[in-house]
Write a protein that binds this ligand. Structure first.
Ligand code: GCO
Length: 447
């Protein structure tokens, strides 16, 4: 038996996102988002599912906060639906949207839970998409305006702010791979969008400083880790490109004020360039207070000529997989955390998402999701290795509090530590909920 002990001041939490849980899609003046459009386009989301009702958290947030309270978390990460604040993306503010988040944040605070607010977790107002979405620099202005409204309204209540969730998904997954809204498949477009998102991030941070808001601001890129199949240079380089697409591409501009040259060169060979304008990199390169890290999976990878975007392939090493078929690779979590520390210095890090898909359902009132407990144990053990190695970890937030609308997978993939029956909307705590609760209470667990 080994004891995995966490520092006494580590913050524990859970995370969700607006479109995935809120429902109430047409209520209180909310405008349509690109996810409403996408999920209602036949063939885009499994089983034709959409977020019209989701977990109905818009109406059941008090019950959700009770679950958080009993769990004993310090922090809850949620996202604001931009189209509830600005139904058309810009212009008139929707007072009812603001009121909803006030009620919600007040209830969290009364429960002794610190709100961590993500401004952009993918539900772009459809009206902005019709003007070109993130490919149009006007969307950056609209985002900064929306951010300013939120900063002013919630100053003093919300202390932790995240500008963007997973800009890789918003750009490359949504506009090159085409799996997420708006579903484009154009690498140049996706590259433009990745750059515009970073400007939007930087300008929101500038606005936050200018308004002198009391609190901390950061962003939450998704990370992965690829272990080279062999020590051959070409395998190492292939892995480096794969990881850099998630890590350096988004973090170098923020922390160093430049894009990684080897990636720029790689893209240039494919005829792809960045839509760089004077002053862009300065705007992106703003000091931030913390880095959010989302980590789920990694793999073993090697060079393969003319394969995919990066002349690479993953090699099936027989790693166990979760029910979404992602390899379970806790060592990658440790490696990416130490890598980020080496490359960017020892800035404060929150694990803003880490969790797993297991689809167990309730039997006699309990959900025996042992796979999820094991996943948590393994990843928290890796996290402990990173902490012991000096990585400045401030907190760990698991994805997710609730089973929810899993984007293109609809309701078929469950990531919650609380089971949601999508017909009755009844919540049932899973075994992993109780395990996490105990880990939070003791600040440690045994393996
Ligand atoms: C993400 C996401 C979540 C997903 C989770 C599981 O940021 O990718 O924030 O919305 O549900 O990652 O795929």
């Amino acid at each position: 038996m080994a004891i995995i002990q966490f520092p006494k001041d580590i913050k524990w939490g859970a995370a969700t996102a607006s479109y995935q849980i809120e429902g109430a899609a047409e209520e209180d003046g909310r405008g349509p988002s690109i996810w409403d459009t996408f999920s209602k386009t036949p063939g885009k989301v499994l089983n034709g599912d959409n977020g019209d009702v989701a977990c109905d958290s818009y109406h059941r947030y008090e019950e959700d906060i009770e679950l958080l309270k009993e769990l004993g978390v310090d922090v809850y990460r949620f996202s604001v639906a931009w189209p509830r604040i600005f139904p058309n993306g810009t212009g008139e503010i929707n007072k009812k949207g603001i009121e909803f988040y006030h009620k919600f944040v007040d209830t969290l605070l009364e429960s002794g839970i610190e709100p961590m607010c993500t401004l952009y977790h993918w539900d772009l107002p459809q009206a902005l998409q019709e003007e070109g979405g993130w490919n149009n620099r006007a969307t950056i202005d609209a985002f900064v305006q929306y951010a300013e409204v939120m900063f002013r309204e919630f100053s003093g209540k919300i202390k932790y702010w995240i500008t963007l969730n997973e800009p890789w998904c918003t750009s490359f997954l949504s506009n090159f791979i085409g799996a997420h809204a708006p579903g484009n498949t154009d690498l140049q477009l996706a590259t433009n969008i990745s750059h515009h998102l970073l400007i939007a991030h930087g300008r929101a941070v500038q606005k936050f400083r200018e308004l002198d808001i009391d609190g901390e601001i950061g962003f939450a890129p998704n990370t992965t880790w690829m272990e080279p199949f062999s020590n051959k240079e070409e395998d190492i380089d292939a892995c480096r490109r794969e990881v850099a697409w998630f890590v350096e591409w988004f973090m170098d501009p923020v922390f160093k004020g430049e894009y990684p040259k080897f990636m720029i060169d790689w893209f240039k060979n494919k005829g792809i360039t960045l839509p760089l304008e004077d002053g862009d990199l300065e705007e992106i390169h703003q000091p931030i207070d913390f880095l959010g890290i989302n980590y789920y999976t990694g793999d073993v990878c090697r060079h393969k000529e003319n394969n995919g975007l990066f002349d690479s392939e993953t090699v099936d090493m027989g790693l166990d997989r979760t029910d979404i078929n992602w390899p379970i690779y806790p060592d990658g979590f440790y490696h990416v955390l130490t890598y980020v520390k080496e490359r960017y210095g020892n800035l404060p890090i929150y694990i803003t998402e880490n969790g797993s898909c297991y689809n167990e359902e309730p039997v006699d009132g309990s959900v025996k999701d042992t796979g999820r407990i094991q996943y948590l144990q393994k990843h928290l053990t890796s996290l402990s290795r990173a902490i012991e190695s000096g990585v400045n970890i401030q907190g760990y937030l698991t994805w997710s509090l609730l089973d929810n609308f899993e984007w293109a997978e609809g309701y078929s993939k469950r990531f919650g530590i609380v089971f949601v029956d999508f017909h009755t909307l009844e919540r049932t705590k899973k075994d992993s909920y109780y395990w996490f609760k105990q880990t939070i209470a003791n600040n440690r667990f045994e393996v």
